[in-house]
Write a protein that binds this ligand. Structure first.
Ligand code: GTP
Ligand code: MG
Length: 698
């Protein structure tokens, strides 16, 4: 494997909304560069980057895939990222280590919520963006309208460097703006093309485009600006010379168009990337923290090694793989590096460059390059590896909080430990999901970015750890409370056989404001009850509150006042007062107009305008209450309160309501009294459950 210097490397993330054609575009690039002889297809599951079982089965990308190729003497490290909302976070690491973002837009669907999301991240990461409109061969692909849409989303500086001459089925000709040529591609998917000068109408169009392009280029370079002011024009050579700087400064956002399916427009896009695209040299320094937590900089030509691990993945054939980018120094096979996040030393074993599952061994990786290393001990996504003598930490990618939940049920006893360690290993690879055992629900709860993400995690658990698990609807944390005051004078007496038990507890309950929990107070006067028994009564009350009274759910927002009672000189004891406290509370509670509360989530939905009607209708059928509506570009943002119960698998619903164009976020908001009917149903279920001899919701 050749060694590459930073200026000859092009690191980029291929990102965008779901199904834009990112994976196929990468496949076409690999074919152009001769990495593969012929292109694979999504339908056959034969592309280089979508090689995981979960990707082949679902025909979508689930993992970011690292690919590489050489074009015009430059090494491209391209990272093909998933576009599905559930897996968009895979792109966050890729955008962090990329020097620019190649944003792919589906010619038939236009800008999607995923396009907006990756645009935002690339902007936050401060890397230039290039747009590719892919699928120009599709029926009705309308380039001019797409350009209008892109400009309305991303600004007037969106500017085409290529235009389709014959869009729609049969598409194989493009106008190459910088070269003023019409490029005609072979229709055999080889990516080969012939060039001819633009003539007639196209010559006019390219002339106009050049004038605009010259302005953009002059804006980014003072000397070119002066020349332009002087002569009113720039030479072809000057124009091309200024392209790189103009792209870096994003004085315009270039748009290309392709048909990845037929390998049209891809080769010239690669030429542009090789000649004018960002290299690591364009980001010579990155911020970091030194060993004392002080801000410092890591420089590309520094002598100390600094790498960022942007992904880890376990593969049957390799074991643990850590994907890293070198920001400074070199990484050698056999060297030792310090993981400054986990404070351990790691020995660098075999280093590989990847093309999906195909690996190639290398012995050294230079600053600016991206590669993978196998079997590090305890290095996870987001960690920095550096010289042990000069520890620094690079800022970590912040992943979105997982907000979609499901319960994990193991269907075969005795696998609990294997499941727990499997989940821990998976979480280290994929920090965008979380898991915990919920003591109240008696369930293992998985939280992820979406339902598909949950399914994929369950799949991985089964396949990699050989356990038997199923996803279930998580139980809802209903609550019980009261709407009125209640009172009880409960006597517990047991005088048959052995030692007797006697206790009498008088207590009152009254409702409290939401979210105040249970307050227990004693207001005993006189000596009817020994104060020693107060903790016993409280214990009994607490037990009753935890168990629930009407529906088996935890009691909240109640004040309990233990104000009097009776005792017996011999038979009164701790256990007797616990029992009396327990039943006194149940009695008082039952007399105080009990009711059930349900958790309400606040959700934020982002959808294209034309889906409003369907989504609003569906929300009202879920007892949703609209809190606000907003417009963000061509998207509508709806905020609403919806009962948690009604939100199970909502992201799938939203996906089907919007044809994959809508996304939502949800979070717990508050508790509310339930509708009577729903409450009755829960109470009935609980009664039945108890009648069957079960004590609790297990
Ligand atoms: N007609 C046509 N179809 C295309 C083109 N590019 C991709 N497709 C098809 O569109 C579908 C999605 O393509 P992918 O390459 O998987 O898209 P993606 O952007 O990688 O999708 P995700 O990674 O799942 O977000 C597949 O069925 C492709 O065959 C194209 O240029 N023209
Ligand atoms: Mg893909």
């Amino acid at each position: 494997m050749k060694e590459y210097q930073a200026a000859d490397i092009r690191n980029f993330a291929v990102v965008g909304h779901a199904s834009a054609g990112k994976t196929l575009l990468c496949e076409a690039m690999l074919a152009c560069a001769g990495v593969i002889n012929r292109m694979g297809s999504i339908a056959n599951g034969s592309t280089v980057s979508d090689y995981h079982v979960s990707e082949i089965n679902r025909q979508i990308s689930v993992q970011a895939s690292l690919l590489h190729l050489e074009w015009l003497g430059k090494k491209f490290n391209l990272i093909d990222c998933p576009g599905y909302a559930d897996f968009l976070s895979e792109g966050l690491g890729a955008l962090r280590v990329g020097d620019f973002a190649l944003i792919v837009v589906n010619a038939a669907h236009g800008v999607g919520v995923g396009t907006d999301a990756v645009w935002k991240t690339a902007t936050e990461d401060g890397i230039p963006k290039m747009i590719v409109i892919n699928g120009m061969d599709k029926e009705g692909a309308d380039f001019d309208n797409l350009l209008i849409e892109l400009r309305s989303h991303f600004g007037e500086r969106v500017f085409p460097l290529a235009m389709p001459v014959n869009p729609g089925p049969g598409f194989n000709q493009l106008l190459d703006v910088p070269r003023s040529e019409i490029i005609t591609y072979a229709t055999d998917k080889s990516g080969k093309f012939t060039e001819a000068p633009a003539t007639g109408e196209w010559a006019e169009r390219v002339k106009a485009a050049h004038e605009r392009l010259i302005e953009y280029i002059a804006e980014a370079d003072d000397t070119l600006m002066e020349k332009w002011m002087e002569k009113g024009s720039l030479t072809e050579a000057e124009l091309r010379g200024g392209l790189h700087a103009a792209l870096q400064k994003q004085s315009f956002i270039p748009v290309f168009c392709t048909s990845a399916e037929n390998n049209i427009g891809v080769a010239r896009l690669m030429d542009m990337i090789a000649k004018y695209g960002s290299s690591p040299v364009d980001r010579k320094t990155v911020p970091a923290l030194d060993a004392d937590g002080k801000e410092c900089e890591v420089t590309l030509n520094g002598s100390e090694t600094v790498c960022y691990v942007f992904k880890t993945m376990s593969e049957a054939q390799f074991g643990e793989l850590s994907f890293f980018r070198v920001y400074s120094g070199q990484v050698h096979f056999g060297s030792e590096l310090y993981n400054s996040d986990r404070r351990i030393t790691e020995k660098i074993g075999q280093i590989y460059t990847l093309n999906g599952k195909t690996r190639e061994s290398v012995t050294v990786v230079n600053a600016g390059d991206i590669a993978t290393v196998v079997k590090l001990k305890d290095t996870h996504t987001g960690n920095t590896l550096c010289n042990p003598k000069h520890p620094v930490t690079l800022p970590k990618v912040v992943y979105p909080k997982p907000c979609i939940h499901a319960a994990l049920k193991n269907t075969v006893k005795g696998e609990e430990e294997k499941i727990a360690s499997g989940l821990a290993a998976l979480h280290h690879e994929d920090p965008t999901f979380a898991h915990h055992v919920d003591g109240e629900l008696h369930q293992t709860i998985l939280s992820a970015q979406g339902e598909l993400h949950l399914d994929v995690i369950a799949d991985r658990l089964r396949r990699r750890f050989g356990v038997h698990v199923e996803l279930q609807e998580p139980r809802v944390k209903y609550r019980e409370t009261i709407r009125a005051k209640g009172d009880s004078k409960y006597r517990h007496k047991k005088q048959t056989g052995g030692a007797g038990q006697f206790a009498e507890v008088w207590l009152r309950v009254e409702p409290q404001p939401r979210d105040t929990g249970v307050e227990f107070k004693q207001t005993l006067v006189g000596q009817n009850v020994d104060r020693n028994f107060v903790p016993s009564v409280e214990k009994g009350v607490t037990k009753a509150c935890e168990e629930g009274i009407v529906g088996g759910y935890r009691v909240v927002d109640v004040k309990v006042e233990f104000y009097d009672g009776k005792m017996h000189p011999v038979d009164s004891k701790d256990i007797a007062f616990q029992i009396a406290g327990y039943f006194a509370f149940r009695e008082a509670f039952s007399a105080a107009r009990p009711c059930m509360l349900e958790p309400i989530h606040s959700i934020e939905i982002r959808i294209p305008e034309d889906c409003m009607g369907k989504v609003m209708g569906d929300l009202s059928s879920r007892r949703g209450k609209i809190q606000g509506m907003d417009v963000d570009g061509s998207f509508q943002v709806i905020k609403a309160h919806v009962p948690a119960k009604e939100l199970y698998r909502y992201s799938s619903t939203l996906r089907s309501l919007t044809g994959g164009r809508g996304v939502h976020l949800e979070d717990f908001s508050h508790y509310e009294e339930m509708p009577r009917e729903a409450e009755m149903k829960l109470v009935e279920e609980y009664k039945k459950h108890r009648a069957e001899g079960n004590s609790h919701h297990e």
